[in-house]
Design a protein around this ligand. Structure first.
Ligand code: SF4
Length: 241
């Protein structure tokens, strides 16, 4: 049985593996998945600190691994510049957006779930289909906040689509440790105090413990999810988006 089939106690691993053991485990997960899925393995790069780590790990496994970025009209200018810099360095990163969608003003206030569905989930679905993704790789971590405690390193939530979360057991400190040790550039917004980055109207700086507490403050979605990790991504005809 390979690492992809592991049934390990993730809560135990979060607290008991050291930094090097976590890095080695993440590399082994990506390597095993790449051997199994080949070109079908694609990294979803949100341009946040966790994605940047996963992207770097994937490039260590194989420089050929491809990725996609989903952006929206509401991303901060710093994030857009960082995105363009990353794509210039890595042309195998493909950008997806839903810029042409006609949405009501301030939909992010009146119906943020719908706004995220249209501007974020739809482009991910398109990326999965167009890039013929059979295994998408994410930077999700189980210590990020209340909505992220129950994920597994390998999931098959969608038909014909495996999801690999290779840094699921990393703590926030270990992400920054990796970025510092390997001198990997990050979005300059982190210097201002943000801990989780999203669209400008929906992201605030907070001093709360919950890493994602600054997301969607003042809405029912506060500290929650955009839907990429919770909504179906394949076989979704008639899903209402
Ligand atoms: S994060 Fe906010 S602005 Fe961005 S897609 Fe979601 S609701 Fe809309």
């Amino acid at each position: 049985m390979g690492l992809l089939e592991n049934k390990d106690d993730l809560k135990y691993l979060v607290d008991n593996l050291n930094f090097k053991e976590k890095v080695d485990r993440s590399l082994a997960l990506i390597d095993e998945a790449y051997k199994r899925y080949g070109e079908g393995l694609v990294v979803a790069n949100s341009l946040g600190k966790d994605s940047v780590v996963v992207w770097d790990l994937a490039k260590k496994v194989s420089p050929k691994i491809r990725g996609f970025i989903v952006t929206t009209r509401f991303k901060p200018k710093e994030t857009k510049k960082f995105m363009n810099d990353e794509v210039a360095r890595y042309p195998e990163l493909k950008i997806y957006a839903n810029d042409e969608a006609d949405i009501p003003d301030k939909l992010y206030e009146t119906d943020p779930d719908k706004c995220c569905d249209i501007l974020k989930v739809e482009p991910v679905r398109r990326a999965v289909e167009e890039m013929k993704v059979s295994c998408w790789v994410t930077g999700l971590r189980c210590t990020e906040g209340r909505t992220r405690t129950d994920f597994r390193e390998v999931e098959e939530r969608d038909k014909d689509l495996i999801k690999l979360n290779p840094i699921l057991i990393w703590k926030e400190r270990e992400v920054w440790q990796y970025l510092a040790l390997y001198q990997i550039p990050v979005n300059p917004l982190y210097k201002l105090g943000y801990r989780s980055l999203g669209c400008e109207p929906c992201t605030k700086i907070t001093s709360e413990d919950n890493e994602r507490a600054g997301r969607w403050i003042g809405t029912s979605k506060c500290g929650g999810e955009c839907g990429i990790h919770t909504r179906p991504l394949t076989n979704v005809k008639g899903d209402g988006i």
